[in-house]
Design a protein around this ligand. Structure first.
Ligand SMILES: *Cc1c(COP(=O)(O)O)cnc(C)c1O
Length: 229
């Protein structure tokens, strides 16, 4: 059989990733219980999320607002935890907040202001941009402390910690070590903001080694994303 077209069934892929996470945690002297695996299901139909829920997945991640909103509504009965991992437009912020349990991409003061609430609290990660390209999403490391300062004074936002994507072409382990150091800085301002959302299909073992608490894993579990235009 041609390896490149063969895809193992979903339960096997999920089990393989879970085993990989357990191995990475053991190698780092960590307990896998302290690591939350978010299955990123963007571009996949709601039926795939139902299947995942049947296999015990509780945390799912989406990156496109309209798609996420529709799936969260359709699958509300499953009681899943919805993580929004994509860029958030200011004018959509309140809508995202309405279905997302956790927002991983808080990256600017204006977005913090748009997410403010006196009625309810949403869990957020501040996203750090490790590239030189401002279009990638995330706050520049040199502006991180100022943003965190504002987030901490915004009602209705609970800061969990930092989120980052390892830049293409860089050594992922070094990128994640940088995020861990930035996280240590943040904890001097906010001791409870101790979580790190980092690590995807190709680099989650490096992320676990550097202290990731939330992995965002798509294709390694779901298989290739359906074609999209
Ligand atoms: C799509 C996506 C992921 C998952 O990527 P894979 O390489 O498929 O594991 C993780 N984080 C973010 C922000 C994403 O957009």
């Amino acid at each position: 059989m041609n390896e490149s077209v063969f895809q193992a069934p979903l339960p096997e892929r999920l089990a393989a990733v879970r085993a990989g996470i357990a191995d990475a945690a053991a190698a780092a002297g960590r307990s896998a219980d302290e690591i939350t695996t978010i299955v990123v299901t963007k571009f996949h139909p709601a039926s795939l999320i139902e299947e995942l829920a049947g296999l015990g997945v509780r945390d799912v991640g989406e990156s496109r607002h309209q798609e996420a909103q529709a799936k969260a509504a359709e699958l509300a009965h499953l009681g899943l935890t919805w993580h929004f991992v994509g860029q958030v437009q200011g004018k959509k912020a309140r809508q995202v907040r309405a279905y997302a349990d956790v927002i991983h991409s808080l990256d600017r003061e204006s977005l913090a202001a748009a997410l403010a609430s006196e009625e309810s609290t949403v869990d957020c990660f501040v996203q750090v941009n490790l590239t030189e390209d401002p279009a990638r999403g995330g706050v520049a490391p040199e502006r991180l402390e100022a943003l965190v300062g504002q987030v901490l004074t915004t009602p209705g936002i609970r800061l969990l910690g930092l989120m980052a994507v390892a830049p293409i072409g860089a050594e992922p382990r070094r990128s994640f070590a940088r995020v861990r150091e930035l996280g240590d800085q943040v904890r001097r301002l906010a001791p409870e903001a101790r979580f790190l959302s980092m690590g995807m299909s190709s680099d989650y073992a490096d992320a676990v080694a550097e202290g990731a608490t939330h992995l965002r894993i798509g294709t390694a579990i779901t298989g290739n994303r359906p074609a999209h235009g």
